[in-house]
Design a protein around this ligand. Structure first.
Ligand SMILES: Cc1cc2nc3c(=O)[nH]c(=O)nc-3n(C[C@H](O)[C@H](O)[C@H](O)COP(=O)(O)OP(=O)(O)OC[C@H]3O[C@@H](n4cnc5c(N)ncnc54)[C@H](O)[C@@H]3O)c2cc1C
Length: 281
């Protein structure tokens, strides 16, 4: 491991997601010297496992549904979505998870990009553990900006580890359509993913612990979405407490309230048809 303190900047930014990139742009606009450190892909979750791939798989589903609602246009629809081509479209939108273009744009604005894991190591001091096992020390004259984003929070449901549940990563990067899918959580992302994967051919059950979908939004929004999902064929269950997850043979996930099949408790088997296809939340 080598150490160097040659790298002195006005601002050091940890994380090159949308926030880190925006900060870098603002700092450069003020003609300050800036370093950006990224441990994975420049662009962050939004570009590769969030906004962009989710909309890329959602949009064909929405476009088809819209077309089928329009008299005259509906007659031009001759078959289901082509999932392989939808995934191909998604792959183009995420540049096949290659960040060369985005990294180039960071450098183009005059920021210096460092690859590796950044760690706060004192006042205005960041150490970067690089992929080739070096340690680079970055000093900031003015500020270190922490833009490290977030990770999926895995709910504490018994059996969730063994069930190999999807997070937003698998839900946006999978190129296999599961036969059945349990989506746990009816917030914006759960609703989007339920819509997308149902449209791509999965039989989807959407489970929401609160009494309604999109419970942080206006009442009518959740009601409209629940109605539309139900009409499309998604099984929507609200007020459901998921007590346990079990993967069943040959492949499937069993869920139920704590205590199993007692009166007032239900257990549902959610079979999954593709290898590696698991429930999402
Ligand atoms: C399925 C899904 C759909 C979404 N759709 C939308 C949408 O339509 N519209 C919208 O506005 N938002 C959407 N979001 C939310 C959006 O993706 C996030 O709000 C956004 O990515 C947050 O940006 P960020 O820069 O804070 O974090 P991130 O995008 O998470 O970026 C943080 C970066 O920091 C890096 N990093 C972390 N720790 C370190 C470290 N120690 N050293 C170096 N680098 C580090 C990470 O590798 C990552 O690249 C969606 C999210 C999901 C999951």
């Amino acid at each position: 491991m080598n150490g160097t303190t040659d790298n002195v900047f006005d601002v050091v930014i940890m994380g090159a997601g949308p926030v880190g990139q925006t900060v870098a742009g603002r700092v450069r606009a003020a003609e300050l010297k800036v370093a950006v450190v990224e441990q994975e892909l420049v662009g962050g979750d939004c570009a590769y496992w969030g906004c962009i791939p989710s909309k890329a798989i959602l949009w064909p589903v929405v476009a088809l549904a819209d077309t089928c609602r329009v008299d005259g246009a509906r007659d031009a629809v001759s078959g289901p979505l082509n999932a392989v081509r939808v995934f191909g479209r998604r792959d183009r939108y995420v540049a096949n998870w290659d960040d060369d273009g985005r990294a180039h744009r960071v450098k183009e604005i005059g920021a210096e990009l460092f690859r590796g894991h950044a760690r706060l190591d004192g006042a205005r001091r960041v150490t970067v553990a690089t992929p080739d096992d070096q340690v680079v020390v970055l000093e900031a004259r003015r500020a270190v900006v922490v833009c490290t984003g977030s990770r999926a929070a895995i709910p504490d449901i018994p059996g969730i580890g063994a069930a190999h549940a999807w997070t937003n990563r698998e839900a946006t990067e999978s190129s296999a359509v599961p036969e059945r899918l349990a989506v746990i959580g009816g917030g914006p992302q759960g609703v989007e993913m339920a819509t997308a994967w149902h449209g791509l051919g999965a039989s989807v059950t959407l489970l929401e612990p609160e009494g309604r979908l999109l419970h942080r939004m206006e009442l009518f929004a959740g009601e409209l979405v629940a109605e539309a999902l139900g009409r499309a064929g998604v099984e929507v269950r609200t007020g459901v407490s998921v007590g346990e997850l079990q993967r069943r043979q040959p492949s499937g996930v069993r869920r139920g309230r704590t205590g199993g099949d007692q009166p007032g408790q239900r257990t549902t088997t959610v079979g999954l048809g593709c290898d590696g296809a698991r429930p999402v939340w």
